[in-house]
Design a protein around this ligand. Structure first.
Ligand code: NAD
Length: 258
C-alpha cells in the first residue's frame, strides 16, 4: 500500500456527510482518489467536501436519497459522464431505526429501515456494477454491522437489514468474482460517530455499560472503521471476495474472560 494508491481512481462513498462515511471519504481522498461524496444531508456534504479540499484532496458533493432508485441511477450516470469511470463504491449510508420488541414494531418503520439499509445496497450495486465493469473492474464495500451476526433485542429491522446486506454482498461477490469486481462487507461494532456520541452524552450510564461489554473497553473511532473500508477497497485486498470484515474491538468474540 502506498500513500497515493488511489491516484486516478474514482470512488463513491454514501453516507459521506457524517461519521464513518465522512472519515472514509477523507481517507480515500488522502490517498489520491477523486471522491464523490453522497448523502441526503447537503450541509454535512458541503462540510465533508470542504474538509477534503483543505487537505488538498478532490471531492464532489452528490446529494441523493439512497432509497430512491432514480437518485441512485442518476448519481451513477453523473459519475460516468463527469469522471468517465467508477473504481470503488462504498455503500455505507444507513439508519438505526427505532427500538421496539417485534410485536410492537411499527410496520411502516420496519419497511423504512429495510428500504434505507438493505434495498439501497441492492439499488446501489445494481447501478454501480455496469460502470465498475466498464471501468476495468474495481471493488464494492457494503456497510453491515455486528448486528449482521447477532440478535440485538429491540432492533429487528436493523438486524434484519444488516443480515440482508451480508447475504446480498455474498451473492454480488459470487456473480462478479470473475469480472474483476470484488465485493465485500464491513461490520463495525460500537463506533463513536456523532449520533452515538450524542446518545452516550444523554445516557452516560448506558454508554458506560456498553463500553464495558466491549472487550477493548471503548468504542471505535470512525477513522478505525474507515481504514478497514479503504483496505477492503484497495489492491492489498485483491484476493478477498464475499467476506464480511468485523471491526468491533472484540465485541463478537463470544465466550468470556476469566
Ligand atoms: P451517521 O449517522 O454518522 O452517518 C450516516 C449517514 O447516512 C448520515 O450522513 C445520513 O445523512 C446518511 N443517510 C441516512 N439516510 C440516508 C438516505 N436515505 N440517503 C442518503 N444518505 C442517508 O452514522 P454512521 O455511524 O457513520 O453510520 C454509517 C453506517 O455504519 C450505517 O450503515 C450504520 O448502520 C453502520 N454502523 C454504524 C455503527 C455505529 O456504532 N456507529 C455500528 C455498526 C454499523
Amino acid at each position: 500500500m502506498t500513500a497515493n494508491d488511489f491516484n486516478h481512481k474514482v470512488v463513491l462513498v454514501t453516507g459521506a456527510a457524517s461519521g464513518i462515511g465522512r472519515e472514509a471519504a477523507r481517507a480515500f481522498a488522502a490517498r489520491g482518489a477523486l471522491v464523490y461524496a453522497a448523502d441526503l444531508n447537503e450541509h454535512g456534504l458541503a462540510e465533508t467536501v470542504d474538509l477534503i479540499a483543505e487537505l488538498g484532496g478532490k471531492a464532489r458533493a452528490l446529494p441523493l436519497d439512497v432509497g430512491n432508485e432514480q437518485d441512485v441511477a442518476g448519481a451513477v450516470a453523473q459519475i460516468g459522464r463527469e469522471a468517465g469511470a467508477l473504481h470503488v463504491a462504498f455503500n455505507n449510508a444507513g439508519i438505526t431505526g427505532q427500538a421496539h420488541r417485534i410485536e410492537d414494531y411499527p410496520t411502516a418503520d420496519f419497511d423504512r429501515v429495510i428500504a434505507i439499509n438493505l434495498r439501497s445496497v441492492f439499488l446501489g450495486m445494481k447501478h454501480q456494477l455496469p460502470l465498475l465493469r466498464q471501468s476495468g473492474g474495481g471493488a464494492i464495500v457494503n456497510t453491515a454491522s455486528v448486528a449482521a451476526l447477532t440478535g440485538p433485542g429491540g432492533m429487528s429491522a436493523y438486524a434484519a437489514s444488516k443480515h440482508g446486506v451480508h447475504g446480498l454482498t455474498r451473492v454480488a461477490a459470487m456473480e462478479n468474482a470473475a469480472h474483476q469486481v470484488r465485493v465485500n462487507a464491513l461490520a463495525p461494532g460500537w463506533t463513536e460517530t456523532p449520533m452515538v456520541a450524542a446518545a452516550s452524552a444523554q445516557n452516560p450510564a448506558f454508554a458506560a455499560l456498553a463500553a464495558n461489554a466491549i472487550p477493548a473497553k471503548r468504542g471505535a473511532h470512525p477513522g478505525e472503521i474507515a481504514a478497514a473500508a479503504v483496505w477492503l477497497a484497495s489492491d492489498a485486498a485483491s484476493y478477498v471476495m464475499g467476506q464480511m470484515l468485523v471491526v468491533d474491538g472484540g465485541m463478537t468474540i463470544g465466550g468470556f474472560e476469566i
